[in-house]
Write a protein that binds this ligand. Structure first.
Ligand code: F6R
Length: 369
């Protein structure tokens, strides 16, 4: 039931705040992360020296965002690998490896086969999954469910923000067990997480109509580029994937620092480029670097659509459009910056008269390898 929305996707984007809030529910006690499902499973995290995250598509981008925070909080090296690549390269894994799979459906065959492979080769396995009782969690040593609620639209939206939330909960849990994060820092991050649902709701309320309007003006666009740095990089990839799958437009995401190593040759007058701008309060250095990327592409005629925090005045004179997100710590910005990109892809596809719930050639759950 679409509950009065024009599509399941519109409904599910509107549910992004709840997807985060429900994934946090029951897992924070007195400002500390407590994950009941992981009770008695400490050795899963103390006996390993590395983490490999495996997933496909949007779930893999959630994994890439999670990597930055988990490494920072646990000091355990984290690799992120596409499930279908992982299994076929004879990966070096064993009992010292924790393989964390991420899957909304819990039925993606590529991911399932990679989890089975990891188990057979002695690795520990943890599943982050949105579907109770699905196959992948049943094949894993531990499960942390995301509670995004059923996702019907083919394109994953609310599950993505729930997956990042679950990865952060896991990271804070492991950081506490391993003693790699101070209680004060952990409490700060918990507060940030708890503030995310309200901030996403603000973006939906304040920016959605404007984003849909200019997505409508862009219905004839043939190509859109997305730039991000650090945690903004996987968000750029996610923005591009959504546009490809929903609006059938050529779209590519790049790490902003990679521009000068090739992609800048693509920039010609009028080329729309979304840029995810990191907070100047959180990292003046990264902010400066991204601003200088904007200057380089704008000098070559790009039409810059910046996603930047409220109050960041430096982006204004350098961008054609600025989409504002509320202030947040570095690791929490991706949970906000992705929302305008989901709205944009949906808005552009709708303006082209396409079915956003059921894009051509795609299935919700890919149960073949
Ligand atoms: C993109 C999308 C897909 C899925 C991918 C993994 O919007 O929906 O890329 O994220 O097929 O699916 P799950 O999470 O069910 O394993």
């Amino acid at each position: 039931d679409k509950g009065g929305w024009s599509s399941f996707m519109a409904k599910e984007v509107s549910e992004e705040p709840e997807a985060v809030a429900n994934t946090l529910r029951g897992r924070i006690r007195d400002g500390e992360v407590v994950i009941p499902e992981l009770d008695g499973l400490d050795e899963l995290f103390t006996d390993v020296s590395r983490i490999i995250i495996i997933a496909c598509g949007t779930a893999a981008y959630a994994g890439q965002v999670g990597k930055y925070a988990i490494e920072q909080w646990t000091r355990v090296p984290v690799d992120v690998e596409l499930a279908h690549e992982f299994r076929y390269r004879d990966p070096v894994i064993g009992p010292d490896t924790l393989v964390v799979s991420i899957s909304q459906s819990g039925e993606t065959m590529d991911t399932l086969m990679a989890v089975k492979y990891a188990r057979e080769h002695g690795a520990r396995t943890l599943s982050i999954c949105n579907t109770q009782g699905a196959t992948i969690p049943r094949e894993s040593d531990a499960i942390v469910y995301t509670h995004a609620g059923p996702e019907v639209a083919v394109a994953s939206t609310k599950a993505f923000v729930a997956q990042i939330t679950a990865l952060y909960l896991m990271g804070l849990h492991v950081g506490r067990i391993r003693g790699t994060i101070s209680p004060a820092d952990a409490a700060d991050h918990v507060r940030e997480l708890e503030a995310v649902p309200g901030k996403i709701a603000q973006i939906l309320e304040r920016e959605q109509p404007r984003i849909e309007q200019f997505a409508g003006w862009m219905a004839d666009t043939r190509s859109v580029l997305f730039l991000g740095r650090h945690v903004g990089y996987p968000i750029a990839l996610e923005g591009a994937l959504k546009l490809k799958e929903l609006a059938y437009i050529h779209a590519e995401g790049f790490a902003a620092g990679e521009l000068k190593h090739g992609p800048i040759a693509l920039i010609e007058p009028g080329q729309p480029v979304f840029v995810i701008v990191p907070s100047p309060r959180e990292s003046a250095e990264m902010h400066k670097k991204v601003i200088s990327s904007i200057e380089e592409i704008r000098a070559r005629g790009a039409r810059v659509i910046a996603i930047a925090e409220e109050g960041d005045a430096a982006v204004l004179p350098k961008s054609d459009e600025v989409l504002r997100i509320p202030l947040a710590g570095t690791f929490f910005e991706p949970l906000l910056a992705v929302v305008p990109l989901h709205i944009f892809a949906m808005g552009l596809a709708t303006a082209k008269g396409l079915d956003v719930d059921q894009p051509r050639n795609l299935a919700k759950s890919v149960t073949v390898e």
